[in-house]
Design a protein around this ligand. Sequence first.
Ligand code: MG
Length: 173
Amino acid sequence: MKDYIPDMYQKSIYTVDYSKLLSKGIKCILYDLDNTIIPPKSSDPVPKAKDLFTSLKQKGFRIFILTNSPEFRLKKFTEYYGIEGVSWALKPHTFKLKKLIKKYNYKPSEVALIGDQIMTDVKCGNKVGVTTILTKPLHEEEFFVTKINRFLENKKLKELEKKGLFHKDDFYE
Ligand SMILES: [Mg+2]
C-alpha cells in the first residue's frame, strides 16, 4: 500500500516548493512527460515549462524527463527544453530509473520523481526510495494504456481513501 502514496502531492509542477527540495538535499529532478509537463497527445512544448526548467537548472538541479513514451516523441521536448531524457522507462518497472541514478552517481535521497500517476510514477519512485511527488493530471484526454492505468488507479485511490491514507485534491508537501 505504501508504494502508492506520494511523499508530496501538488496541483502542478509549478506549485512544487523547489527550495524545500533543495534544502532536503535533492540534486536531481525527474519529470514524467504526458499529463505532467504537457497534455497527452500534444506535441507542442510549453514555454512556461521551459522557464521553470531553466530556473531550476540555475538553482543547481539536474533535470531529466523520465517517460514511458518512445524516443521519437521525447526528443522534441528534450531539445526544446534543453534537458536530458530517458524514453521507454516502463514505469512502474524500476530498471531505467535505477540505471540513471547509478550512471550519475546519485543516492536515492538526492533524487525526486514528479508525475501524475500513482500506478506508474509514484510506485516506480517509491520502490527505489526516491522522493515522489504526485501532480494532478493536466488533461482528461489520455492514451489507451493510460486509460487502463487510470481505471486501476481509481480503484487503488478508493482503497487508499477508505483507509484514510490519501485524499484527492488534498495537496500536501
Ligand atoms: Mg503521465
